[in-house]
Design a protein around this ligand. Structure first.
Ligand code: GLY
Length: 259
């Protein structure tokens, strides 16, 4: 198994001013968020990942959710153009770290794309047509990655921020999803596990070296996945859930030895 590296970014002191689209604002405890972020980084290390932390961009409340700024594949990286104008300022702080490892290509206007919308399953990249990623951005991604043998498949979705807010991989053949936001016909080749309806955000799990990481409060989903034999690690990310984010948002995982 290749050694994975995770880029992470420190939590902005302005996290409580984060962008919110489909959920209401609740108080966020910054000190608790920093603590949870440290635990997240340690969980990755415990699972064999080398963790790099970039400095926070204090003007950008959402900057710890750096997954949205770049897609790093073995052959190349794509620097995104976030659909949230407020979040476009985050990109410049991430690019210098990415160019140390990969040649980069860029999504340009009028395209918009956020990494939270990109679900990679082998050489297939499923991309949500969300409030943040538009048709032009998805088409640009397809053109950029066609020479590398990746297929980009647009997935219509509704009522959630990103595709990976409601659909992530449990293994190479299985997706955990809230199918109220997606048409299952988008994934004909995969087994779909429906997340318990009252735990919709649990559909954002982070798969690391065979372990499925999940927020510790999603008890029904934890029971469901344990009953199906998945190896789980639980972690409390309550403050980031209030920021309409999840486990995948807080890192960019890649094989630093590739390319
Ligand atoms: N707060 C996460 C986002 O809106 O991008």
């Amino acid at each position: 198994m290749p050694a994975l590296t995770a880029l992470t970014r420190a939590v902005s002191p302005r996290l409580a001013e984060c962008e919110l689209t489909f959920i209401g604002r609740q108080p966020i405890d910054y000190a608790a968020a920093v603590h949870q972020h440290t635990h997240y980084q340690q969980l990755l290390r415990d699972l064999g990942v080398k963790v790099i932390e970039l400095p926070a961009e204090d003007r950008c409340p959402d900057s710890c959710f750096l997954e949205d700024t770049a897609l790093v594949l073995d052959e190349v990286a794509i620097i995104t153009r976030p659909g949230s104008e407020a979040r476009r300022r985050e990109v410049s702080g991430v690019v210098p770290a990415i160019v140390e490892y990969r040649n980069v290509l860029q999504i340009d206007a009028p395209g918009t794309l956020e990494g939270g919308d990109i679900l990679r399953m082998g050489r297939n990249l499923f991309v949500g047509t969300s409030v943040r990623s538009n048709v032009q951005g998805i088409e640009m991604l397809g053109v950029a990655l066609q020479p590398f043998g990746y297929k980009v498949i647009a997935v219509p979705m509704q009522g959630a921020l990103h595709l990976k807010s409601v659909c992530t991989a449990l293994d190479d053949h299985t997706l955990l999803a809230d199918l109220r936001h997606l048409d299952p016909a988008a994934f004909p080749e995969y087994r779909l596990v429906q997340v318990p309806p009252d735990e919709s955000p649990a559909a954002n799990v982070l798969r690391v070296n065979g372990t499925v990481c999940i927020h510790a409060g999603f008890h029904k989903t934890i029971d469901l996945l344990q009953s199906q034999g998945y190896e789980l690690s639980t972690i409390n990310i309550s403050e980031f859930l209030k920021a309409e984010a999840g486990l995948t948002c807080m890192s960019i995982l890649f094989d630093a030895s590739a390319s």
